[in-house]
Design a protein around this ligand. Sequence first.
Ligand SMILES: Cc1ncc(COP(=O)(O)O)c(C=O)c1O
Length: 442
Amino acid sequence: MKKLPLIHTPLPGPKARKLINQDQTYVSPSYTRYYPLVVEKAKGLWVHDVDGNIFLDFTAGIAVCATGHCHPRVIEAIKKQADLLLHMSGTDFYYRPQIVLAKKLAHMAPGKGAKKVYFGNSGAEAVEAAFKLARWHTKRELNLAFYGAFHGRTMGALSLTASKTIQKKHYNPLVPGITHIPYAYCYRCPYNLCYPECELGCVQWVEDTLFRTTIPPEEVATIFVEPIQGEGGYIVPPPEFHREMNKIAKKYGILYVVDEVQSGMGRTGKMFAMEHFGVDPDIIALAKGIASGMPLGALAARAEIMDWEAGSHASTFGGNPVSCMAALSTIELLEEGLMENAAVQGNLLMDGLVKLQQSHECMGDVRGKGLMMAVEFVKDRETKKPARTWRNDIIKLAFQKGLLLLGCGENSIRFCPSLTVNTAEIDKCLSIFDDVVREIAV
Ligand SMILES: Cc1ncc(COP(=O)(O)O)c(C=O)c1O
């Protein structure tokens, strides 16, 4: 560990360069690659590239590898299931792993009463299903979602998304009936107010202005919301934000649909981030960390809400038996201690970043919960002018020094390592990050 990360070629190395050339010929140019990392294998938080360089991974494959890369227990569960049954389609047939996982998730999902679970293959599919289920159940056509939200890239999920215009460019018309409203991004309040003196003006605005002028609340099916905005910049709203927003939802029979695709599965130190805010979602969408890297999306809803008929929604691969067994093994590991570790290590990471903030003027805001942590970069703290180029350069130089990071929002960097991260790895990350910020932001 002392000698790690290990970078012994220029980056990208010769083998990586060759593969990237082929990628450029054959692979869709729509993917966004921050830096030229070509991965060969990975274990825990350590990623080996094809040239034998070893990196410390604080991305977890975009917050997916909850149990670390290739956790032996998850691999064992996958191999065991692969020997028995790869696929049969839960759409048309029954099999044990899907039923057992549905039961587990139904019991885990916050809130009283019976729940039912639908399975897809990704975050977007979970969101898409939530969107359709809400429309089916309520027979209402309108929806509210938030500026800064990212819910996925399929047409329905994309319509709910309001993160970056490039994600929507040339794809209009999208699904109608969605109104985006400001999120409680207190560091840059869209209403120029200050928390707590604002008394959550952003929530009041929904009832006092939106519902009185343009949107009849009894026609609204859902409020779609991330407990903590993910791609939007790891934005943590004030403690009472969701409670107050949910109160409005309940008053008008609107479903509070919570997208925990990025924030769920123990990442914030609780199984679901909404638990920090004391709100029981009507529908909850899950993916990413749920199966440690195997493709799986899931939707849990109160049983009376999941009242759609046979044939109204399904997916051939959704709830694949191998993915379901990977998920059950992942959940076991989370419950056995990884979720707790996320809280403990998250506090250390937060303390370390706050300390660094004292010596780096450009670190405008440090925020997050557990291992969903971000730094927002600014030119100076007075004007809060976004320092996007510094942010991008910091990510690139960190890669050159063996630390894998990802951006989020316009000018933030996220830290979302696997929940297996230990204190030495947190310290290593902080030390490299400190060096990189010192070099770039001058
Ligand atoms: C909150 C949230 N919802 C939905 C999605 C879409 O998930 P996927 O890329 O698996 O379709 C993402 C992906 O980043 C996400 O962060």
